[in-house]
Design a protein around this ligand. Structure first.
Ligand SMILES: Nc1ncnc2c1ncn2[C@@H]1O[C@H](COP(=O)(O)OP(=O)(O)OP(=O)(O)O)[C@@H](O)[C@H]1O
Length: 590
């Protein structure tokens, strides 16, 4: 029942639906048993007429049996309709509430939780709870009412016959219930875990197909996906085989109630003068016992389905149980656009090593600082701490003189343009992609931003210009073109601070030239913190921070750093060698 109580938090405004469905289905289950009593009365009247009006009595009983049976079915349908309404409400609210929570999570949460994983967890578990509530909830009340009423009837009619029919059933259910209880829960957790792992790996696999094709790899290059399938297969087979004996014992048990019931009835007939009543009662038990057995079996399946639904809620809770970043109750305003790191250290949740360690620097207003350094040195982490992807563990990050933790998150986001390397364009018109939900933006403003971002030829090429829907009917843009569109979006935002992951690393020379021009326009007069992958793009910046193992190893402008003859000089020399390097025979002619 605690599971049902947990569903109530998703029944916003319709809390009565779950109890209503349970009560109505309990009534329908009750009506489902009554025809058996009328049938018993009919048989008794038939074999043992009590008066001259037996015929009339039999037909009255028959009508009542038919009426209660039909009413039971009709009321069950009503319960099903209500449970469906409850299921849809829970499913929709589960998705809505999860998404509302996820939107408030620190942006860094999305680094470790891929969109595929988040979507799968919410979708799959919301569907599981829908299935349980829509289809099993009405049976839940029946699975309690029918066994209880049947048990009462079993002892009211003739307790000796009742005991006789119960013995094999009790043994069979005892065995089954033990087996289900012990391994059911344990298995369910493992099953859901391995299913989730397999789904996540499948998404990764599909995403990686282009790489597999390019490098002529086989499916075995995706060992993790294959391993997750094999784990799943092994676990399910083992589980199925482990059920072989309990299931066989159970099936034999529930179908063998007559083996004890009939010999006991024969014994009772031999010792009684009133054998007519015993035969009528025996017929009643032959009708009722399978109904009782079925209802107990159903209650076991429902228990299993309930564990499944409970596990589904647990998984959604686990995903959404992340604390949003605290918001200051008395936010401080930004006084200027300077970025300052003061003794900042940060470790990713679950990591033992610090990603950045005691870093301090100041980017004065209107200046451009570049972060360079080996892969994994901490450049991205530093850039991401500015717009509060995560909160720092030690030290402070200030923007415009205020600690980022004390700035209103909306104001913080309004004042920073963050240009990622892996850009994302929505499947909407180019215009909507660039104005990005801001209704005050006009076509002219978008055109001007696109112009500055060197996108004129992209718009001219698109069949419906700004109104072309991106990603449909062949209107796909290259990586470099997408980059420029994203830069236009950032230009339109017109934030005084720009944090950017230099995006020219993997583009062709033509696109690189256009992107660099667009970047120049975007960063003009703004405070810029830029992660640089090509050293040519940092030659003119105000200050270069060389990051190594999460610390600032060197800092200064290009000339100053070359004069130090340290890591930067080494990187610069390596870079020079790499740009002069050409492939194959052509190299000989250079
Ligand atoms: N989301 C994350 N969760 C856990 N550890 C992370 C995460 N992101 C980065 N790290 C770790 O933090 C360290 C710094 O990584 P970071 O991405 O900041 O380096 P980087 O200098 O930007 O590297 P690159 O140039 O390759 O992008 C690395 O050891 C990395 O493994």
């Amino acid at each position: 029942m605690s599971t049902l109580t947990r569903f109530q938090k998703y029944m916003v405004g319709r809390k009565y639906l779950l109890p209503a469905s349970l009560v109505i289905s309990a009534i329908s289950s009750l009506l489902g048993i009554i025809p058996l009593i009328f049938i018993w009365l009919i048989i008794r009247e038939f074999l043992n007429p009590t008066s001259e009006t037996s015929q009339t009595l039999i037909s009255t009983y028959a009508w009542w049996a038919a009426f209660t049976a039909v009413a039971g079915i009709a009321i069950y349908f009503l319960a099903l309709c209500i449970s469906h309404l409850a299921a849809f409400r829970v499913e929709v609210e589960m998705r809505k509430q999860s998404m509302e929570k996820i939107v408030s999570f620190p942006l860094g949460f999305f680094d470790n939780n891929t969109c595929g994983r988040i979507r799968k967890i919410i979708d799959d578990n919301a569907s599981t709870t829908h299935m349980f509530l829509a289809h099993q909830l009405p049976d839940l009340a029946g699975s309690i009412v029918v066994p209880v009423i049947s048990l009462i009837l079993i002892f009211i009619f003739d307790w000796r016959l009742g005991l006789a029919c119960l013995v094999p059933l009790v043994i069979a259910f005892g065995l089954m219930s033990f087996a289900m209880g012990v391994r059911g829960r344990y298995f369910l957790k493992m099953y859901m875990d391995s299913l989730e792992e397999m789904n996540t790996e499948a998404v990764e696999y599909v995403r990686g197909i282009p790489v597999v094709k390019v490098f002529q790899q086989t499916v075995y290059s995706f060992k993790n996906f294959q391993k997750s399938i094999m784990n799943y297969k092994e676990m399910v087979s083992k589980h199925a085989i482990s059920w072989e004996n309990p299931m066989t014992a159970y099936i034999v048990g529930i179908h063998s109630f007559a083996f004890i019931l009939i010999p006991v009835a024969i014994l009772m007939i031999g010792n009684s003068a009133n054998y007519g009543t015993i035969i009528v009662n025996l017929l009643f038990y032959i009708l009722l016992t399978p109904v009782f057995a079925q209802s107990i079996m159903r209650s076991m399946y429902i228990r299993h389905a309930m564990h499944e639904a409970e596990e589904a809620i647990n998984r959604i809770d686990e995903l959404t149980n992340v604390q949003p970043l605290p918001v200051s109750s008395s936010p401080k305003p930004l006084q200027g656009n300077e970025i300052r790191f003061e003794n900042v250290s940060f470790r990713y949740p679950g990591n033992t090593e610090k990603a950045i360690d005691n870093i301090s620097f100041t980017v004065p207003e209107g200046k451009t600082f570049a972060l360079v350094g080996p892969s994994g040195s901490g450049k991205t982490t530093i850039a991401r701490l500015v717009p509060r992807f995560w909160d720092v563990d030690e030290g402070k990050v200030f923007i415009g003189g205020s600690d980022v933790k004390e700035i209103n998150p909306k104001e913080l986001m309004q004042n920073i343009s963050f240009v990622f390397q892996n850009t994302h364009l929505f499947k909407v018109s180019l215009f909507d992609n660039i104005r990005y939900g801001n209704p005050d933006v006009t076509h002219e403003m978008v055109e001007s931003a696109l112009e500055k971002a060197q996108c004129r030829e992209i718009i001219d090429r698109l069949p419906q210009g700004l109104d072309t829907k991106i990603g449909t009917e062949g209107t796909y843009l290259s990586g470099g073109e997408q980059q420029r569109i994203v830069l236009a979006r950032a230009m339109l935002k017109d934030a005084p601070i720009v944090v950017l992951d230099e995006a020219t690393a993997f583009t062709d020379p033509e696109n690189e030239h256009l992107i660099l021009e667009a970047l120049g326009k975007l960063t003009e007069g703004r405070t810029v913190l830029m992660i640089a992958h090509r050293l040519t793009s940092v030659v003119d910046v105000d200050t270069i921070l060389v990051i190594e193992n999460g610390k600032i190893a060197e800092q200064g402008n290009h000339q100053e750093l070359l004069g130090m003859n340290g890591i930067y000089t080494k990187m610069w020399n390596e870079y020079q060698r790499s740009v002069q390097w050409t492939i194959g025979r052509e190299a000989a002619h250079v």
